[in-house]
Design a protein around this ligand. Structure first.
Ligand SMILES: Nc1ncnc2c1ncn2[C@@H]1O[C@H](COP(=O)(O)OP(=O)(O)OP(=O)(O)O)[C@@H](O)[C@H]1O
Ligand SMILES: [Mg+2]
Length: 352
């Protein structure tokens, strides 16, 4: 069990992490997902013991390892966690084997046992053939595997990853994603994985904490986030493509969307309506639920097409079976479904 209780981190007056509480069961794969600067690395560094919380506690397996309220933390080396950074530094003067063996030497593991564990980990990461090479003799992706092998060699109870795949090309990223999930199943170690890539989060996680501006906006399974986003931020950050969010304003006895009157029954005078891209359609003619928009993007995904329109700052995306009979730059009619898939207040809190 990994428990984070009311964790806060301030740098001077600036609150980088604000009152975060999360708990996940042993063996979970927790992803911290959010845009640049939202506090992911700061939270991970507190989990690693590299940063002392300003307030709140971190508890691994029932044992408190950091207590910001008492200004106390267990030394990083003594907390049974392994950390892989985005910029992994391998020892250039040590072979692949030497790099992986190094943390085991530090913990005074006997020689024979070390050799056995190194062989096991190199095989697990499919780099046994590279054991005698030096870091400058292997590719970036292989170096990344070595860094991961080195981290898991001492069998940490908690594995911490900070955007470990961000400097790989798209294909290798997808392959390594699968490898890391396999590794997670093989080791059973509770894993905390930081990324700003929602696809990575949605494919790898057992639990996701979506963060924005230091706060956890929503914590749940990937399916929870897709099925019931609790804030407009989550609704527009998660999903491929993300949900459409349309401002609705009361106007006389009716409601207006993007300058047009619409037959809607929102729960408040001013709110945001969420529409899933797969429920949007394009219409040949103007109708009571259509919005004229400039066609700005089309792209093929998995046998369907994603169509994006733009009008006065409002961006809408529809997933359709066929391309519209229009060119980029033409005006097309986006048609809203009769009922939105959710309502949010102007601050982004869900209200229906
Ligand atoms: N040592 C520090 N002193 C002052 N401010 C800091 C410090 N470390 C981080 N910050 C600030 O805290 C905020 C969160 O930083 P953090 O590195 O946790 O973001 P992140 O979510 O990991 O972003 P990215 O995706 O870009 O890596 C940022 O605004 C950052 O500038
Ligand atoms: Mg970061």
């Amino acid at each position: 069990m990994l428990e984070i209780r009311n964790l806060t981190k301030r740098f001077g007056d600036f609150e980088a992490v604000k009152d975060v509480s999360i708990s996940v069961p042993d063996g979970a794969f927790l992803v911290l997902l959010g845009p640049s600067g939202c506090g992911k690395t700061t939270l991970l560094r507190m989990l690693a013991g590299l940063e002392l919380p300003t307030a709140g506690q971190i508890v691994f397996d029932g044992q408190t390892v950091s207590d910001g309220d008492r200004g106390w933390t267990v030394d990083p080396a003594k907390r049974n966690s392994g950390l892989v950074f985005q910029s992994y530094a391998l020892w250039p003067h040590m072979s692949v084997r030497g790099n992986v063996e190094w943390p085991l030497k530090v913990m005074n593991m006997p020689r024979a046992q070390r050799a056995e564990r190194v062989a096991e980990v190199l095989t697990l990461l499919d780099i046994a053939a590279l054991a005698d090479r030096y870091p400058n003799e292997i590719s970036g992706g292989q170096q990344q595997r070595v860094a991961i092998a080195r981290t898991i060699a001492p069998k940490p109870g908690v594995l911490l990853f900070d955007e470990p795949l961000s400097n790989l090309d798209a294909k290798l990223r997808v392959e390594m994603r699968t490898e890391l999930m396999r590794l997670h199943r093989a080791t059973g170690a509770t894993t905390v994985y930081v990324t700003h890539d929602q696809i990575e989060a949605m494919t790898m996680a057992s639990h996701v904490a979506v963060m924005n501006q230091g706060r956890v906006q929503q914590f749940g399974t990937p399916a929870d986030l897709v099925d019931h986003p609790e804030t407009a931020f989550v609704a527009t950050f998660v999903g491929t493509p993300a949900n459409n969010m349309v401002p609705v304003v009361k106007n006389g006895s009716g409601y207006r969307v993007g300058g047009r009157h619409m037959p809607l029954t929102p729960p408040a005078d001013e709110c945001l309506a969420m529409y899933r891209a797969e429920k949007m359609t394009l219409s040949d003619n103007e109708g009571e639920r259509t919005l004229p928009m400039e066609l700005v993007e089309t792209s093929a995904i998995a046998g369907r097409v994603m169509i994006t329109g733009l009008s006065e700052g409002l961006r809408l995306t529809a997933i359709m079976d066929t391309l519209p009979n229009a060119q980029i730059g033409d005006t097309v009619q986006f048609c809203l479904p009769a009922e939105p898939d959710g309502w949010f207040d102007p601050d982004g809190e869900r209200i229906g």
